[in-house]
Design a protein around this ligand. Structure first.
Ligand SMILES: C[S@@+](CC[C@H](N)C(=O)[O-])C[C@H]1O[C@@H](n2cnc3c(N)ncnc32)[C@H](O)[C@@H]1O
Length: 166
């Protein structure tokens, strides 16, 4: 699974998880939407939730994130080619948004998606580059396991409802 980032560059470069992934050759950064390859776009505004069914359809086996500040992460910013998918209820472990559901940074979004799609070891490899990375898997252990066992997006939303009701 290739990991690509449409890199906006409007967030603190020192704290940017996408830049760090690129430094370790774990993701490729793209400065324009046109230069960003086609793939599953991780988009918090997407109607359909990511599910294991997407692993079969993953265009060219690529995941795409948009790395920008949450201040500018409006729906229009996600105009990128490919099927758009939101991530279901998962809690951030990064120091900026620790404990906040759905507000994942780029490495957490990739790691959550990889776990759901059945690439858990790859998720561990990415998170291993961050001091707090293992905490993301610890906080989200049960939901990630349950989402990865779902058959499709409807199933994922059913599992998510249980967490949102709590
Ligand atoms: C808004 S940027 C913030 C990046 C941050 N500057 C960093 O250093 O990683 C995080 C990106 O991760 C993906 N993402 C985060 N939470 C998500 C969610 N709940 N559903 C889908 N994608 C999500 C999106 O591509 C989003 O644009």
């Amino acid at each position: 699974m290739e990991l690509h980032v449409r890199y906006e560059g409007d967030d603190d470069p020192e704290k940017c998880s996408a830049r760090k992934l690129a430094r370790f050759d774990l993701a490729s950064l793209h400065r324009s939407a046109r230069g960003t390859p086609h793939g599953i776009v991780l988009d918090p505004y997407a109607d359909r939730a990511l599910s294991p069914a997407d692993a079969e359809e993953a265009p060219h086996g690529r995941l795409i994130a948009l790395d920008c500040s949450w201040e500018t992460a409006e729906a229009e910013a996600f105009r990128l080619d490919g099927p758009h998918r939101s991530l279901p209820f998962l809690v951030a472990a990064n120091p900026v948004n620790y404990g906040t559901p759905f507000r994942l940074n780029t490495v957490e979004a990739f790691a959550g998606a990889l776990c759901i799609l059945g690439y858990r070891h790859r998720a561990e490899e990415l998170l291993g580059k961050f001091r707090w990375g293992h905490t993301f898997l610890e906080l989200n252990e049960e939901p990630l396991r349950r989402y990865a066992n779902c058959s499709d997006s409807t199933d994922v939303i059913d599992v998510q409802s249980g967490y949102l009701d709590q």
